[in-house]
Design a protein around this ligand. Structure first.
Ligand code: HEC
Length: 279
């Protein structure tokens, strides 16, 4: 078989796969265990100032609101047929991801994107791979109405499916002083997500001064990461070498932009070591 024929065979089999009526199995909704609990602010490396700055003034954190948000995050009744919760795709046991290349939503429908973790999402400047949501409150409304995720026709439909339950009526009254409604539902979920901070890694402990927290190999990797002459810069230059002649000017312009970026502050970069004697 020549390469062209082979290619057409591959394409035909891909079309066959896409047209397959058998939907992938939807996993059961995870049960909130210890990993779903709000995380301690005592973790090594916990950025108290940035955490405070990430809490909007119109949605302060309270224990009851966070508990309501956690309940909602794990509740399949937020989805059109009761089968999918936020936790389906953001499973605490998988570091709040689903461990799949792309997610599966109601009726086994496949999405096209990979589910990022919601751990430390409170520090994101924008949400989603393309940054299309500004805040965690804005973000939370979108999976609820996404036809391949939770599949509700609108946010009000999700509210209606919860408002009938006395436990939700009571919880919304207690936290917000009014019956269940869309805005407060998003606020509660976002408040819970703002407790999902993750630090205290060996690297956090190393940065905090514990020289034995990471091994020699990891230390060499860290030096390489910071090294002006090697990390990253060489890799970018190599990638620039992949640009064909017609786009050379564009490529050079982009390389100059990348190099300027490399000299700005990176949050976890040891700038002093990276630039040695330079300012
Ligand atoms: C069917 C799977 C699925 C469900 C259900 C789901 N998500 Fe997601 N989530 C994703 C995927 C996929 C993305 C990335 C999509 C994109 O970037 O366009 C994402 C992105 C996010 C992000 C952005 C994180 C980042 O780093 O940008 C947050 C926060 C989030 N989801 C929270 C939630 C909440 C809250 C719910 C429930 C109301 C929820 N998700 C329900 C799959 C899901």
């Amino acid at each position: 078989m020549g390469p062209v024929v082979r290619a057409s065979v591959v394409i035909a089999s891909l079309i066959g796969a896409a047209g397959d009526a058998r939907a992938p199995a939807l996993p059961p909704i995870p049960i909130p265990g210890p990993l779903a609990e709000p995380r301690s602010s005592k973790q090594v490396g916990f950025p108290a100032d940035r955490t405070m700055a990430a809490i909007p003034s119109d949605n302060p954190q309270t224990a009851d609101k966070i508990a309501l948000g956690r309940k909602l995050f794990f509740d399949g009744r937020l989805s059109v047929d009761g089968t999918v919760a936020c936790a389906t795709c953001h499973d605490p046991g998988r570091a709040f991801t689903d461990g799949r290349q792309t997610s599966i939503g109601v009726q086994g429908r496949s999405g096209q994107r990979n589910a990022p973790t919601v751990l430390n999402a409170l520090y994101n400047q924008t949400q989603f791979w393309d940054g299309r949501a500004k805040t965690l409150e804005d973000q939370a409304a979108l999976p609820i109405v996404n036809p391949v995720e939770m599949g509700q026709p609108d946010l009000e439909a999700a509210v209606r499916s919860l408002a009938a339950y006395p436990d939700y009526q009571q919880a919304f009254q207690m936290v917000f002083g009014r019956p269940p409604n869309g805005r407060d539902l998003l606020r509660a979920i976002a408040s819970y997500e703002r407790t999902l901070t993750s630090f205290d890694s060996p690297f956090d402990r190393f940065l905090a001064g514990d020289a034995r927290a990471i091994n020699e190999s990891a230390k060499r990797g860290w030096v390489l990461f910071n090294d002006e002459e090697s990390e990253i810069d060489d890799l970018v230059i190599f990638m620039a070498s992949l640009t064909s002649d017609p786009w050379q000017a564009l490529g050079k312009q982009e390389l100059a932009r990348q190099r300027a970026l490399a000299r700005t502050n990176r949050p976890f970069r040891d700038t002093r070591r990276a630039f040695r004697s330079k300012p």
